[in-house]
Design a protein around this ligand. Sequence first.
Ligand SMILES: Nc1ncnc2c1ncn2[C@@H]1O[C@H](COP(=O)(O)OP(=O)(O)OP(=O)(O)O)[C@@H](O)[C@H]1O
Length: 260
Amino acid sequence: MSAAPAVDARNLSLTFETGDGPVHALKDIDLSIRHGEFVSFIGPSGCGKTTLLRVIADLEQPSAGAIAVNGSSAEEARLKRAYGYVFQAAALYPWRTIERNVALPLEVMGVPKGERAGRIARNLELVGLKGFERKFPWQLSGGMQQRASIARALSFDPQLLLMDEPFGALDEIVRDRLNEELLKLWMKTRKTVVFVTHSIPEAVFLSTRIVVMTPRPGRITDIVDCDLGPDRPLEIRETPRFLEIAHRVREGLRAGHSYD
Ligand SMILES: Nc1ncnc2c1ncn2[C@@H]1O[C@H](COP(=O)(O)OP(=O)(O)OP(=O)(O)O)[C@@H](O)[C@H]1O
């Protein structure tokens, strides 16, 4: 693993040029994410959370400033398959079984069949989908589909996992369960996770740091340390320390005039 930060953004700004004029999505973002951290981006709709994730993934180019991933350019990181990306919707192919959906990135990259099987089995086990290999996406619940898309993102065993509101469309109970499982997966694999969410409790429960963003153009208004330790049962959400951190995040959002 490189000694450089997992993600390093310096003075990063991004403006989309549109027919209706420029849209300033990100402004002067300075952020360094260490290996093994779990960092959440939180902020109002349209503040640029997805755009920032996409810049890290080399799916958008900054208009100014610099971004480095593992000490090299975002493009190099993408070409090396240094990250896995999980979208809000599971985006699985309905005509492929779960196993074959998870296999897809490996097939595309020409990983030999023998090697594919072991990786797929390992990743499906990691997300708790052992026994569901031969099911089709429509035979699984929304939560299970999202687990499959996490298994797919783990195909190349990337050190960095980029997750864009992966549980936003799920009901509260399923979301709680997946939050617990994601935390376990993170502790087990020690990956770096960059996670986009709208939910304060979700951000506090999962993260080691929370990046609070302002409405467009998205700037960082606060970075909150989430020093709850690694052992986080769901009940931790009722502890004074948890509520204190949640309060600070809420204040950060309010300071950006965003939480009314
Ligand atoms: N390709 C694009 N062209 C023009 N404008 C864009 C483009 N992509 C995003 N935007 C605009 O940039 C701003 C930031 O969008 P982004 O999706 O990053 O916000 P977000 O914080 O992730 O929002 P949400 O929480 O609703 O998902 C929005 O105003 C959006 O309309």
